[in-house]
Design a binder for this molecule. Structure first.
Ligand SMILES: Cc1cc2nc3c(=O)[nH]c(=O)nc-3n(C[C@H](O)[C@H](O)[C@H](O)COP(=O)(O)OP(=O)(O)OC[C@H]3O[C@@H](n4cnc5c(N)ncnc54)[C@H](O)[C@@H]3O)c2cc1C
Length: 474
């Protein structure tokens, strides 16, 4: 099918204005938040409902044209980047909140529904949607399902997979299926669990059944300032070891603090600080005061320079705005930066941060650490200047070395940003070839012709073997 025919057929399905195909218009869709790799899609199509998605997918499937589901494009591992000139199926126009059942604490949304809008829409009844990525103002719940997104409050409440009860999905051949539903614990395999985090390689989610939660009765936010990263790390371990599970437990190191203080929401942290911890308690107000005092005590045991409990909502909001906009704020102190995303056992935090610091010194690239310390989910931000020859490649190498450190201590190469194209090669740091092959087999059950987001997630050599095998069997 030539380009002209394809565009005409797509317009026929979704409407004249819902297809982008002129080369210049496609530039905006060359990448997601992982900007190091860019490639132009063949077209971008904006379906308005599930039938549109199914018809578009059937057309592409029948003509063996590869395609990729795309939400807001805020992904940080290149999951929505069209490296093979795929057709992008953008879900941003399917953004309705379809229903809310307060009694049963569930809601049904379309995939393009922006994360924070769900909480805003149900706040008047005292409810909220728990997964809260820092990109919540723009990322979509469909994209959250794709990446199994997390966020600061996932320490206590869990990541996206803990809040998705079911999905409606268009399979890569255009069939529509519903997996799970609004009641928990459906019989049979947990196929919904398989879809959440599958990075758009198994089909296109067109409806999502989610849990909603009652807002906690009270919240107390504590900020603790340290002269040593080691002391801050020990504090994190000690709080959890005491049996306290805060709603959030976030940490920023010196370079990160320099960035956020240059950003749009400066708190006024002293310039010579080594680390900041934000510790948020939430839940019943009874006993919360005592727990906050206990945390202050623990901070003191680890030589905290200063520890403050937020006195007003305004103060708390500023601390969070400062933290949540940290990635963007790095742009103020470096021309370019790359966000890494690894997970480690919490108790290894001091040692891992030391090794990251060594990598920074050896490579000559500054690394800012801003992360969900409570669940051991690190986000080293590697600062570089793409204008300097070889520095982009160096940053990529440094990122991979950091992930090796995470793997060495029994951690993982991604906590919430996915593998996409960025970390395909890093998969072998934590999986054997057999383990990867088993995952590819599962993917193929859904996506036998490798049309739906091809060449993502799995390392290339194993994919080549698979593609060869597929060529023999289909
Ligand atoms: C400043 C900033 C802060 C961030 N903070 C966090 C954070 O705290 N926690 C966190 O987890 N992430 C964070 N992210 C990463 C990103 O926002 C998340 O990964 C988010 O889930 C991506 O959503 P999206 O709508 O932008 O999806 P996209 O980037 O468009 O797509 C992401 C993946 O999901 C797939 N996909 C999209 N829609 C569908 C669908 N309907 N069906 C099937 N697959 C689909 C795509 O193919 C792709 O593989 C941050 C990003 C930025 C830029």
């Amino acid at each position: 099918m030539n380009q002209e025919q394809l565009v005409a057929e797509l317009k026929n399905i979704v409407g004249l204005k819902e297809v982008i195909h002129k080369p210049d218009d496609l530039i905006a869709y060359e990448c997601d938040g992982f900007t190091i790799v860019r490639a132009r899609p063949r077209a971008v199509v904006f379906p308005n409902n599930t039938d549109h998605v199914a018809a578009v997918v059937k057309l592409l499937h029948n003509n063996r044209i590869p395609f990729i589901p795309r939400g807001a494009g805020t992904g940080l591992s290149g999951g929505a980047t069209p490296i093979n000139g795929e057709v992008l199926i953008s879900l941003v126009k399917m953004n309705r909140l379809l229903s809310v059942d307060f009694k049963n604490r569930t809601a049904v949304v379309e995939p393009g529904h922006v994360n924070l809008k769900l909480t805003n829409a149900i706040a008047h009844e005292g409810y909220y949607y728990a997964p809260d990525p820092s990109s919540g103002m723009s990322c979509t719940i469909g994209g959250n399902v794709g990446e199994n997104a997390g966020g600061p409050h996932c320490l206590k409440y869990g990541v996206t997979s803990n809040h998705v009860l079911g999905v409606e999905m268009v399979l890569p051949d255009g069939e529509i299926v519903t997996l799970g539903g609004t009641v928990p614990d459906m019989p049979g395999y947990d196929v919904t669990g398989l879809i959440v985090g599958s990075e758009g390689t198994m089909g296109i989610v067109t409806k999502i059944f989610v849990r909603i939660l009652k807002k906690p009765q009270g919240v107390k936010t504590i900020v603790a300032l340290y002269d040593s990263v080691d002391d801050a790390s020990q504090t994190v371990s000690a709080i959890i070891a005491e049996g306290i599970i805060p709603g959030a437990l976030e940490m920023m190191d010196r370079v990160a603090i320099e960035g956020v203080e240059a950003g749009n929401y400066p708190v006024g942290y002293p310039k010579d600080l080594a680390a900041v911890l934000i510790i948020e308690l939430d839940g019943l107000t009874v006993g919360m005061e005592a727990m906050a005092e206990q945390i202050v005590d623990i901070c003191t045991q680890f030589h905290v320079r200063e520890v403050r409990v937020a006195q007003t909502d305004q103060e708390r909001t500023l601390w969070w705005a400062n933290r949540k906009t940290a990635f963007g704020a790095m742009g103020r102190i470096s021309p370019d930066y790359m966000v890494q995303d690894g997970v480690i056992p919490r108790s290894r935090l001091p040692e891992v941060l030391q090794r990251i610091s060594d990598i920074s010194v050896e490579s000559g690239l500054r690394i800012a650490n801003v992360f969900h310390a409570g669940d051991g989910n690190l986000h080293p931000l590697i600062l570089f200047n793409a204008a300097n020859p070889g520095e982009t490649e160096l940053a990529v190498r440094v990122g991979s070395e950091v992930l090796q450190v995470c793997a060495d201590v029994g951690g993982s190469i991604t906590g919430e940003h996915g593998v996409g194209i960025e970390k395909q090669r890093d998969m072998i740091k934590i999986f054997t070839p057999e383990e990867i092959a088993a995952q590819v087999e599962v993917m193929r059950v859904f996506n036998p012709h490798n049309l739906c987001n091809p060449d993502k997630l799995f390392p290339k050599p194993s994919r080549c073997v698979e593609v060869k095998r597929a060529a023999h069997t289909h």
